[in-house]
Write a new protein. Structure first.
Length: 189
């Protein structure tokens, strides 16, 4: 068993979007990240998710939609606040939106949504293994109807997350984890 891989799983931390810079994954690395993202358990082979990739100017082009969407959150927002909110995707060189896209199926909706969560986590792991930082965020816009419509989401779709990706300018401190005794019980009499 690879000790490097084990170390990765035991130490991986999200990187704050405040500390995410260039360089960004190459096109080849991005394809690897997306391939690993799509390599998740998917009951019934429904492919109940899809990706929207924002990099380069696409991050700025989304600014007017973020700005208009924020008005729904706060109709009294100042121009300065609207400017700030419109720049959310500019915080990292690469942002991958993971859209939960459930199908009509005998397989439960819940399972299809869980699969989208697994996609997000796989993208985070792949990104870190390639030497970059990642952070899985939803923030206000993932739940904003104007934003979702502007992004082209269908009614049954939802945003599983936006994975912000870049090169970390500093390492995060360890975060407290639950002790196993708090969360594990062993079945049997
Ligand atoms: C579905 C989902 C949405 C999240 N959205 C946010 C968010 O909007 N803002 C935030 O600060 N953290 C959010 N987080 C938390 C971060 O992704 C991350 O869990 C946290 O920074 C620490 O993660 P780590 O222990 O893997 O480093 C979200 C996590 C999940 C699973």
């Amino acid at each position: 068993m690879s000790t490097a891989l084990l170390k990765h799983f035991l130490t991986r931390r999200s990187v704050s979007v405040r500390h995410m810079n260039e360089p960004t994954p190459s096109e080849t690395e991005l394809k690897t990240i997306l391939k690993i993202g799509a390599r998740v358990p998917d009951h019934g082979k429904l492919v109940p998710w899809r990706f929207i990739v924002f990099q380069g100017t696409a991050r700025e082009e989304i600014a007017p939609l973020l700005r208009d969407s924020y008005v729904l959150e706060d109709p009294y927002a100042t121009e300065a606040k609207l400017d700030l909110e419109s720049q959310r995707f500019m915080r990292a060189p690469l942002v991958i939106g993971v859209i939960s896209s459930p199908r009509e199926s005998k397989h439960p909706l819940w399972e299809q949504q869980l699969s989208a969560g697994a996609v997000c986590m796989n993208i985070c792991h792949a990104t870190h293994v390639l030497g970059y930082g990642a952070n899985w965020l939803t923030e206000w816009y993932s739940y904003n109807d104007h934003f979702k419509e502007g992004l082209g989401l269908e009614d049954q779709e939802a945003i599983a997350g936006f994975i912000y990706i870049g090169t970390p300018s500093c390492t995060n401190e360890e975060r407290e984890r639950p002790s196993l005794s708090e969360i594990v019980e062993y079945g049997g009499l």
